[in-house]
Design a protein around this ligand. Structure first.
Ligand SMILES: [Zn+2]
Length: 322
């Protein structure tokens, strides 16, 4: 893919959140065979990835790098920790919503929904990969291939709708929230978990920030951006979580390694058992040598930013007005 042309840049248009215009931010970020950047709205600070790929290009990139359809995504001890973290995730949802019907948008292999089903919920999942439907039949869950634009659920149908690190991938967040407001029952719960572009780790590491993840992350939200957007569709925040053991310390660690000039996201690729990453012996040896300092520092900084209210990733629990 070529560098963004002038024509692509002007196509960024006005900010969908406040009507402001986008100004230059980060440039020259290599990913998935292309060069990307992030521009920021001069008025509200919302970030937008450039070039902003269309559905067809995104589909091509997703299908070549599909991440969630592999049962051994990480080394198995890490998978076990992830499962414990997901149970905590279920409990947090139950703190804000009574048991009923739940929709998980971008459900991956449906691991979160499987846990919710065990806990007495009626789960439905949406995923863009067509293989999900066969997997759903195998595990006895309603997992559908499609998006909120294509699958029309009945009005006031769900007790909870969740977006676990999916919302930042949406090309049309306005349409998605409008649909959520329609399909949720009055008083229903909306959970949006996203990287926080206003976080300390984002500000400290700039274009090296791990969670920018172009071209997959299309918009880059601060907490203020998201609260404004949710308010537009009648959602009121009841709680915001600023610490995520799953995402935040690792976000710091990888962003700092990226800032130090190691190949972008090399350690992440190593953890995902990517064969080419395992061959970068020298860089990996240097990273492991830095770990005794880098690991505790990342953990401490993540706790600090969370206490200060600038978590590297945030989870917003919002209710639809009844
Ligand atoms: Zn704006």
């Amino acid at each position: 893919m070529s560098k963004p042309s002038k024509k692509t840049k002007s196509a960024q248009g006005r900010c969908f959140l406040c009507g402001g215009s986008f100004e230059s931010g980060f440039k020259g970020m290599a990913a998935e065979g292309g060069i990307y950047g992030v521009e920021f709205c001069g008025s509200c600070g919302l970030g937008k990835t450039t070039p902003f790929l269309d559905e067809k290009e995104l589909k091509r990139i997703y299908s070549s790098t599909y991440r969630e359809n592999d049962s051994t995504r990480f080394f198995s001890p890490i998978e076990k920790i992830v499962k414990v973290i997901r149970v905590e995730r279920c409990k947090r949802v139950e703190r804000y919503a009574k048991k009923g019907k739940i929709l998980d948008v971008g459900c991956g292999r449906g691991d979160f929904l499987a846990l919710m089903k065990e806990r007495g919920w009626t789960p439905t999942g949406l995923e863009l990969d067509s293989r999900i439907e066969g997997h759903g039949r195998k595990v006895g869950m309603d997992l559908r291939c499609g998006s909120l634009d294509t699958i029309k659920f009945p009005d006031a149908h769900f007790d909870a709708v969740t977006f676990w690190h999916v919302f930042e991938h949406l090309r049309n967040p306005d349409a998605a929230l409008k649909e959520c407001a329609r399909i949720l029952k009055p008083g229903g719960l909306l959970v949006v978990a996203v990287p926080n572009a206003g976080s300390l780790q984002a500000k400290m590491t700039g274009k090296s920030w791990f969670h920018l993840d172009p071209p997959f992350h299309l918009y880059h939200y601060s907490l203020k951006n998201l609260l404004t957007l949710l308010g537009k569709y009648g959602f009121k925040s009841e709680g915001v979580k600023h610490f995520s053991f799953e995402y935040n310390p690792y976000g710091y660690l990888q962003s700092v390694f990226n800032s130090l000039g190691f190949r972008s996201n090399l350690f992440y690729d190593f953890l995902r058992s990517k064969s080419e990453a395992k061959k970068a012996y020298l860089s990996l040896a240097m990273m492991f040598a830095l770990m005794p300092i880098a690991l505790p520092a990342s953990m401490l900084l993540s706790v600090f930013e969370a206490i200060a209210g600038y978590g590297g990733t945030i989870e917003i629990y919002a209710k639809k007005s009844s």
